[in-house]
Design a protein. Structure first.
Length: 112
């Protein structure tokens, strides 16, 4: 499984490992900013795309909207992982599969 995360403050792989997720079969790439996000998504071709809302310079919601309007193949799973529940709800409304507080991402069923 290929996971691409746009998260500017928390190490996603460390969160998964500390939450008990076996990452040995997961290729995780994290960007600490959302510069060139469409190119990054297109090049990596993730199965799972994880988006923080408060991400410079482009917020997760706008990344999601732009991605879904583009010709890039949509990742199988898109996770909104903001610490703000309203931001997660907005991304769910726009097409994210999951909305979860980022510190609970290890609890998602997708890792099983």
């Amino acid at each position: 499984m290929k996971v691409l995360a746009f998260e500017d403050t928390v190490d996603i792989e460390a969160l998964l490992i500390s939450g008990g997720v076996d990452t040995s079969q997961i290729e995780i790439k994290q960007f600490w900013d959302s510069n060139n996000f469409l190119n990054r998504i297109s090049e990596f071709k993730p199965d799972v795309l994880m988006l923080d809302h408060f991400m410079p310079p482009t917020k997760g919601l706008e990344v999601l909207r732009t991605l879904l309007k583009s010709e890039i193949v949509r990742p199988k799973v898109i996770v909104a992982m903001s610490s703000a529940s309203m931001a997660n709800k907005a991304m769910l409304k726009e097409g994210a599969n999951y909305g979860i507080v980022k510190f609970k991402i290890s609890e998602l069923e997708i890792w099983n």
